[in-house]
Write a protein that binds this ligand. Sequence first.
Ligand SMILES: [Zn+2]
Ligand SMILES: [Zn+2]
Length: 453
Amino acid sequence: MFAAHSKQILLLFHFSVFSIVSFGEAYFLTMDGAGIDLYEILEVEHGASKDEIRKAYRKAALASHPDKVPEAEREAAEIKFKAVQQAYDILYDEDKRHLYDTHGMSAFDGSGNPGMGGGPDLDDILAQMFGGMGGMGGMPGHGGGGRRPPKPRKSPDEETKYEVSLEDLYKGKTVKFASTKNVICGLCKGKGGKDKAVAKECSTCGGQGYKEVLRQMGPMLTSSMAPCTVCDGQGSFFATKDKCKKCKGKKVTEEKKMLEIYIPRGAKEGDRVVLEGEADQVPDQEPGDIVFHLVETEHPIFRRAGPDLTADLEITLAEALAGFSRVVLKHLDGRGIEITHPKKPGDVLSPGQVLKIPGEGMPLKKSDARGDLYLIVDIKFPDKDWTPSPETLEKLREILPKSTQPPITTESVDEVDYESDADIEAFGQGDPRGGSGWQDDDEEGEPAQCATQ
Ligand SMILES: [Zn+2]
Ligand SMILES: [Zn+2]
């Protein structure tokens, strides 16, 4: 529809207009009536997983962070930065993403909730922003006399990964940590100025907090609204002598606080642990949450699938044949797991045989039930240090069962030599089409062009 270049300009324009209203959640305006592509903003595929979206968000947010770019590019970066955050807000939330996928941006009204469809009208928004009758906000405590853009009701959540060992997921864990966050200044209660002082209207933006910026973009001149840098988008500020002594007019101060999260036993990769209201405080907004996304670290012994655990049961050839009774494993809570084999005389264990121990898997959340533990028999055959005498070997031959295979009869027989330490990776290397003829099971079904990766 558009050439790449003009599309870029259009996108920028979208970001710009969008930035006016971004404080009131996602409002994307379009010149052509079509929605902007949130996936494009984050540079992810339409089928991207939550994890990919999170990663892309991190990358994009870092790249466009206003503090990280030269002064001249800051305004554009702020706009992009906000667009990236909004795109993430919608795409990371499964419900919002579904709405967006099915209805586009028209599914979102100013409250960030699904609306009746039909994109917002530019005039409406400008009226809401600057006209005073805030249809969008309409909340008490929204200072500024209706001249400022509406603010979100909640400050942004802080999302962070938290790595947990399988032991801690098995037993449950309380984690204490110190967190530094912005809190509303206790002296001025978030006003930013001294008790009786009155904030002066910002003359740069005429008190609007935003100003129009004209930008030459290739052949097009675009007009956009950007936050006023003099008043920080507030529309007013206190004179130096009137600023609150404690917060220096910033309305918030940093506070160190000890926080505690509890990871319940049985929790798993991807679970969220939420500390409600512990994100940075912003005046006139409910504080957002700190959200921990649990990441299970790899365990040297156990592997987990849902409530079940599996581990290798390493035994000697003698144990496989003659049995054993010993602690074979240290469980995640430190207990020894003892096994006596065989249960019935004469039973031998084979390589790859699986022993299931009911109830020794992971605990289930909020329940006394547990998954099962699967032990996979791994027989350690004697190595080079084992030098049995010919008599011993003869005895073994006598004791162990004879082959039950019928002899192979052929017309001719070649006696051949062999290497006893070959590598299966070498199998197929002589194939002129290149690559190993040895294929892992999980490569099957991949497109052919990926096979060389
Ligand atoms: Zn203060
Ligand atoms: Zn200003």
